[in-house]
Design a protein around this ligand. Structure first.
Ligand code: NAD
Length: 418
């Protein structure tokens, strides 16, 4: 089974959904047991080793977005998110993209940036000295990883920048490190710390910070897709989506919300696959302001046939090895469900998820508004919060939607009447 466009996936029960995912991703019986029985995936012992002062674990829903086709390969996207409507919106956006071939995505380069801050230094004379010693610095950095140099990866470049501060000029020496299929935060920090004494010796200055930059501008990912005008609802909707995008492109207050919607897609996949979501969001938001003003991470135009064309560009520092992926069995399983073979492939998927999500949000906002779909899903949460059992939830939701009165109080009243 290789087709991710699975009709009425949302109407199937859990066992049927699991069976489809099992077939699609070639999961074993043990994988399925884990999904069915692990209630979030980690034991307290694992949690206790992961963070300090652990007292328990906290689970979130894991859903599957269908219809994704990226670079001519189909994917079922695992998404971990608490917000209703995100999985549905991603699946819907991907469905519309499919009829014109799905998403085309590309990672342009994949270097992490490690920063070494040098103070009390004559910056002008230090820069050429660092440049002359770059091979020695790179060799020392690479001696700290057994794996990366063997894979042809590792520290590849040394750059220098001068910054002016209230405390005087500083030299920032940057290591560009190809971290392969890992996010590479730890190896980047290790390499920065390892070369710091050498940098001090070469420059005659004092090194203070030695740390990864999360502004991953050398790990830029782009994804694009054509969305059929008829499937979107006609020319007027296409026009309205472009107008809605222009609002985000030219107004920070709108752009933040617009990009938050993109993060709904990207971060849900990041959560499922054990990525550092804070790193991704911090970088994405900085990138959104790269031209001096916070703006949209996506661009929306139309092509010569009047179809909508969407593009996204953002930095994504992700990995399929390392971090919690080795520790969290569900994160590992989600990588298996995706059947990704490299960090770059995962980054392409996360960019496409963001673009699909953005399309669905813009489409809803530029037509009927988001509340219609959103509130129906929200009503389910309210019914549960009111104490309804699963067999009572649908009845309460139906009634609240019918009455156009979706609130916790009404859910409680209806529950009392059942
Ligand atoms: P990690 O430390 O587990 O390192 C991954 C290691 O896997 C590599 O160093 C390498 O030795 C090995 N490896 C095996 N096969 C590989 C392959 N094909 N490609 C690359 N490496 C391979 O994980 P990491 O990616 O260095 O760090 C990620 C974690 O670090 C995240 O959990 C993140 O939250 C955390 N972290 C983040 C920051 C930050 O964002 N500023 C800082 C410190 C730590």
């Amino acid at each position: 089974m290789t087709d991710s466009s699975i009709p009425k996936f949302f109407e199937k029960d859990r066992n049927e959904r699991l069976e489809i995912v099992k077939k699609f991703s070639d999961l074993s019986k043990e994988d399925l047991d884990l999904l069915e029985n692990s209630l979030g995936g980690i034991s307290f012992d694992v949690a206790d080793k992961m963070i300090e002062n652990a007292i328990g674990t906290f689970s979130l829903p894991l859903g599957i977005a269908t219809n994704f086709r990226i670079n001519e390969k189909d994917y079922l996207l695992p998404m971990v998110i608490e917000e209703p409507s995100v999985v549905a919106a991603a699946s819907k956006g991907a469905k519309i993209a499919r009829s014109h071939g799905g998403f085309t995505a590309k990672v342009h380069e994949s270097f992490s940036i490690g920063q070494i801050q040098v103070v009390d230094v004559d910056v002008k004379s230090a820069i050429p000295k660092i440049n002359q010693s770059s091979k020695e610095i790179l060799d020392l950095a690479n001696s700290k990883s057994k794996t990366l140099p063997k894979l042809g990866k590792g520290a590849k470049e040394v750059n220098c920048r001068e910054i002016s501060t209230d405390s005087g000029p500083m030299l920032i020496v940057e290591l560009l490190i190809d971290t392969g299929d890992a996010m590479g935060a730890n190896v980047t920090n290790t390499m920065c710390e390892a070369v710091a004494p050498l940098v001090e010796k070469i420059t005659g200055g004092n090194v203070l910070l030695r740390i990864l930059s999360n502004y991953a501008t050398r790990r830029i990912v782009t994804a694009s897709a054509i969305f059929d005008k008829e499937q979107l609802g006609g020319e007027k909707i296409v026009e309205n989506i472009i107008l809605a995008y222009q609002f985000a492109a030219n107004d920070e207050y709108r752009a933040v919300t617009h990009n938050k919607g993109i993060m709904n897609g990207t971060i849900a996949v990041a959560n499922a696959t054990g990525q550092d979501s804070r790193a991704i969001e911090a970088a994405a938001n900085a990138y959104a302001a790269k031209n001096g003003r916070y703006s949209s991470l996506t661009k929306w135009t139309k092509d010569e046939n009047g179809n909508l064309v969407g593009k996204i560009e953002l930095p994504l520092a992700v990995g399929i090895v390392g971090g919690i992926i080795n520790v969290h069995p569900i994160a590992k399983l989600c990588i298996k469900i995706l059947n990704v073979k490299s960090a770059n492939e995962l980054a392409c998927i996360m960019a496409a998820a963001g673009l699909a999500q953005n399309l669905s949000a813009l489409r809803a906002l530029a037509s009927e508004g988001i509340q219609k779909g959103h509130m129906k899903l929200h009503a389910r949460n309210l019914a549960s919060a009111a104490g309804a059992k699963s067999e009572q939830v649908d009845k309460i939701v139906q009634k609240m939607v019918q009455e156009n009165n979706i609130s916790l109080n009404r859910a409680k009243e209806l529950l009392n009447q059942i």
